[in-house]
Design a protein around this ligand. Structure first.
Ligand SMILES: Cc1cc2nc3c(=O)[nH]c(=O)nc-3n(C[C@H](O)[C@H](O)[C@H](O)COP(=O)(O)OP(=O)(O)OC[C@H]3O[C@@H](n4cnc5c(N)ncnc54)[C@H](O)[C@@H]3O)c2cc1C
Ligand SMILES: O=C(O)[C@@H]1CCCC=N1
Length: 387
């Protein structure tokens, strides 16, 4: 074991761990970022070329965090010199008189988010090649868009290194010994840190076992489906086609969302916002395609310009909490172990602000947002501590 003691060790170089490590290094903390796979990899939750960024949330606290997250993404673009965000707008379709849509509209208005409300008659003029279901309303969050995910992850990791941070990839953490100085053992080394951040995505509970804590997290495999445009360009980012979310679609229980064709010319990404449960290391053995059946019915009904059979299917994982809110907290027993987990399929856009918050917790500072929606304590009967 080296005598070197890091100020902080971060486990997991997905978007949350990389953004946290970057913030720590920027604050002049000697920081080590450990990743089990050789980077870049496609086995967790942060890979792939695109993610949606939006302020369209029903909860004020997410909107407030997104204000700053947009600013931090812009700063990252500036510091890295890499384009990370493209504005496209986000179309939301939902049962017009449903509770979700009413709450969403009220929150958007209360927070003064630039929003366009589309009447049924003008819908097809603004959004051609999309069938709005009878009884559904529509709005557009005009500042929403696409984040270039793989590019963003690389940019943040580079900035971390240029601020003095150390990345060791291909090093799986196999043991954690809590203490005033935490000892972390990987397949090839033993490291010590005054604080530890665990941002292990789908593997969060595997790592937390070493600290006597288990969280109520469900890991699901997402089939990331791309659909061929019958006429190339119909739903293209270059034609200013927006991202979209349909809330409460008739075809399934969870939202369906899509991004304009962009990364694969002629193919549009349309996905179901849930999947089937899996062990993170067994992802490829989960072959349930119930979500794809839902999407086929949806594409047939709503997106007539797409061939209703997926042309490309990739894999990714969500780590879902019971209330779909994140976990951002200190360990209940070990105050110098910080946990960022359960991003429930919507955490990428928050990466820079989550990095800032987790780094504040790791530095013993008061976090700049009220973290009560994200506390471990909210699970009470769910969270199991064997200590
Ligand atoms: C298909 C899909 C679409 C999505 N769409 C959106 C979207 O449009 N907008 C949005 O905001 N969010 C979206 N999300 C969610 C977002 O991508 C995730 O919330 C986010 O990437 C989670 O990042 P993470 O760092 O927590 O996890 P991960 O990216 O999984 O990172 C965890 C890392 O920890 C490493 N690790 C685990 N165990 C160990 C160990 N023992 N030792 C060392 N390293 C370890 C893993 O290898 C991994 O690299 C989507 C997710 C998916 C899957
Ligand atoms: O987080 C997001 O914006 C996307 C789109 C909606 C469903 C999940 N992820």
């Amino acid at each position: 074991m080296s005598s070197e003691v890091y100020d902080c060790i971060v486990i997991g170089a997905g978007i949350q761990g990389s953004c946290t490590a970057y913030q720590l290094a920027k604050n002049k903390l000697k920081t080590l970022l450990l990743e089990q796979f050789v980077l870049p990899h496609s086995r967790g939750s942060s890979h792939g070329q695109t993610r949606v960024i939006r302020k369209t949330y029903e909860e004020d606290f997410y909107i407030q965090m997104m204000h700053e997250s947009y600013e931090l993404w812009a700063q990252l673009e500036k510091e890295s010199g890499v384009e990370l965000y493209r504005r496209t707008g986000l179309l939301v379709m939902a049962p017009e008189n449903g509770e979700g849509f009413s709450r969403l509209k009220a929150t958007m208005q209360r927070n003064k988010i630039p929003t366009v409300f589309l009447e049924k008659q003008e819908f097809s003029q603004h959004i051609p090649n999309v069938n709005l279901r009878d009884g559904y309303g529509a709005l557009i969050d005009t500042g929403a868009g696409v984040l270039y995910a793989d590019r963003a992850l690389r940019a943040v990791q580079r900035l971390f290194q240029s601020n003095g941070g150390v990345i060791k990839d291909g090093e799986k953490v196999i043991d954690i010994k809590p203490g005033a100085v935490v000892t972390v053992t990987t397949g090839s080394g033993v490291y010590r840190g005054r604080s530890l951040v665990i941002t292990a995505g789908p593997w969060a509970n595997t790592l937390l076992t070493h600290t006597g804590l288990q969280l109520p997290l469900k890991v699901v495999k997402i089939n990331v489906c791309y659909w061929k445009e019958k006429i190339p360009g119909t739903y293209s980012v270059n034609q200013r086609f927006p991202c979209f979310i349909e809330m409460e679609p008739k075809e399934g229980k969870y939202d369906i969302y899509g991004l304009p064709s962009n990364e694969y010319p002629g193919l549009m990404k349309v996905c179901y916002h849930m999947g089937s449960e899996t062990e993170p290391d067994e992802r490829d053995k989960q072959t349930d395609t119930g979500d794809i059946d839902i999407l086929v019915r949806y594409v047939t009904r709503c997106l007539p310009g797409l061939v209703p059979v997926p042309a490309v299917v990739e894999s990714c994982m969500y780590t879902v909490t019971p209330d779909h809110n994140f976990v951002l907290d200190s360990h209940p027993t070990y105050g110098n172990i910080i946990i960022g987990a359960g991003f429930s399929g919507h955490g990428f856009k928050f990466g820079p602000i989550i990095g800032k918050l987790l780094s504040q917790l790791a530095m013993g500072q008061v976090p700049s947002y009220n973290l009560s929606p994200f506390r471990i304590q909210r699970f009470q009967s769910h969270a199991r501590s064997s200590l």
